[in-house]
Each structure stands twice: as C-alpha cells, then as structure tokens.
Design a protein around this ligand. Structure first.
Ligand SMILES: C[S@@+](CC[C@H](N)C(=O)[O-])C[C@H]1O[C@@H](n2cnc3c(N)ncnc32)[C@H](O)[C@@H]1O
Length: 245
C-alpha cells in the first residue's frame, strides 16, 4: 500500500498534472491506431491512476479505466466523468468482454517479478479482440536504467501546494526490481508544512524478457523507441503486442 495512491491520492493532481501528459498521450494514441487492423474505438486502460493520459485519449477512444486504488479512481472520475471506471488489479482483472486495444503506461512499473508482468500481459490478452493490440509503456528497460532524480509539483486551489523529490535507485545485484524514494512536501492553510517519505518498489526487465513474455501469453511482440525530454537518455522503449485475429 503506497501513501501516494491511497491516503495522498487527493494530492495527485498537484504532483502530476494532465498537461504533463499531452505530448506522450498523442504518441500513444497514434501507436494504438497503427497497431490495430482497423481503427480502434474501445480501449481498456490498466492502472489508469488519476486519469491524466485518459484526459487526452478520451478525445479519440471510448475508454474503460481500471486501477487497484479506489481513491485514484475517484480522482480520475472528477477529471474524466464521461469514462467508465472499474476497480481491479491488472494481474487478475476479468471483465468478461473484449476491447479493440489495451493500454498500460507507467503503472506497469508496479509489476516487480516476471510472474506479475506476465499476469498483466495475460489480462491484456484476454481483453483484446483478435486483430487488436496492447501497448505497454514501462519507465525503463534493464538496458537503459540509470539512477536518477526528478522534482516537481504544483500550486493548487485554496492554498494547497505540493513539491516532491523522486530518486530512482539502481538495482542491487541485477535483480528485476529497483526502488523509488519519494519525499513529499505538503502545504495547506492553517497546518504546518508536512514532510513525508516513502519507497516504492518497481520492476525492471530486459527487452528480451519483454519479448519472451509477450510471446508466451500469445501476443506477437514488437517495440518502438520514443523521444522524450524528461529522461537523461533522451528516449524510452515501448512494447506492442499484436493479437492476430
Ligand atoms: C503513476 S500512477 C498512473 C498514472 C496514470 N498513468 C495517469 O495517467 O494518471 C500508477 C497507478 O498504478 C496503480 N497500480 C499499482 N499497482 C497496480 C495493480 N496491481 N493493478 C492496477 N493498478 C495498479 C496505482 O494505484 C496508481 O494509480
């Protein structure tokens, strides 16, 4: 249980604003459109969080948004009231229907073992129609991981402000996970500044592992490299699974 996606979920829009996602969301939409045999209309997002990507993707697709955290779904409902929201774990969710495409962005980072990652891919596979595709967007692959720090935050309404520091640590001994330490500074009227710290555990897999697991669940695997100004490396790898009809 992370503080960020539960007790602090209401602060999410001050840590990560929809505007930060506009450019990348456009790139994801184009990849999904190219990857499907006919233009996709229905899209399932796993780990949709505060719905920042969705706030752009919904202009093109009918979205079903799912997340483990009911508090994050509430944040997303406020931003995306026209989308369907469902609580569920991306490893075990079964909605009993298919979509033209499935999308998993940074939430895929919370899959810390091969078994977890494969379970999420399986969820994507069973919800994807033949001829459709799934897009997975991890923050890193093992080949490009570097210990890095980021900081940011926003001023909100009614005197609430948040600033954060994020420190991604190199994995010890080449395992399949790395740690993110977050420090949050929370300011609101009439309350002394609060400083909180927590650590998240995230998965780190090689490109070969991504391809192998996608194949094992039945997808035809592919990948693309996208440019970004956020990462020091200047680019990141995204994975597409084609479900042949
Ligand atoms: C960084 S946030 C996602 C933000 C999202 N990309 C957006 O556009 O707002 C990561 C999300 O992953 C969710 N998450 C973590 N583990 C999960 C799991 N096993 N199944 C579903 N969601 C999960 C968290 O609850 C959190 O909302």
């Amino acid at each position: 249980m992370t503080l960020l996606y539960h007790e602090l979920a209401d602060w999410w829009p001050l840590l990560s604003a929809p505007e930060d996602y506009e450019e990348d969301a456009e790139a994801y939409a184009l990849i999904l459109q190219d990857a499907c045999d006919t233009p996709p209309r229905t899209v399932l997002e796993l780990g949709s969080g505060g719905g920042n990507n969705a706030s752009y993707l919904k202009e093109r697709f009918a979205l079903t948004l799912t997340d483990l955290s009911p508090a994050m779904l509430d944040v997303s409902r406020r931003l995306n009231p026209e989308c369907e929201h469902v609580a569920g774990d991306m490893r075990t969710l079964r909605l009993g229907c298919e979509f033209d495409a499935v999308f998993v962005q940074d939430a895929i980072g919370y899959m810390v073992s091969e078994a977890d990652l494969m379970a999420c891919m399986q969820t994507a596979f069973v919800h994807c129609r033949g001829g459709g595709a799934a897009l997975f967007v991890p923050d890193y692959t093992a080949e490009v991981f570097r210990s890095s720090t980021y900081h940011g935050g926003y001023d909100g309404e009614e005197g609430r402000s948040l600033r954060y520091l994020q420190w991604d640590h190199a994995p010890a001994g080449g395992g399949t996970s790395y740690a993110i330490d977050f420090a949050y500074l929370l300011q609101e009227p009439g309350v002394p500044m609060r400083v909180l710290h927590e650590q998240h555990l995230c998965g780190l897999f090689s490109v070969d592992t991504w391809y192998r697991l996608l194949k094992e669940v039945g997808f035809e695997p592919d990948s693309l490299t996208l440019e970004t100004e956020e990462l020091e490396s200047g680019s990141y790898r995204v994975f597409v699974g084609y479900k042949r009809g």
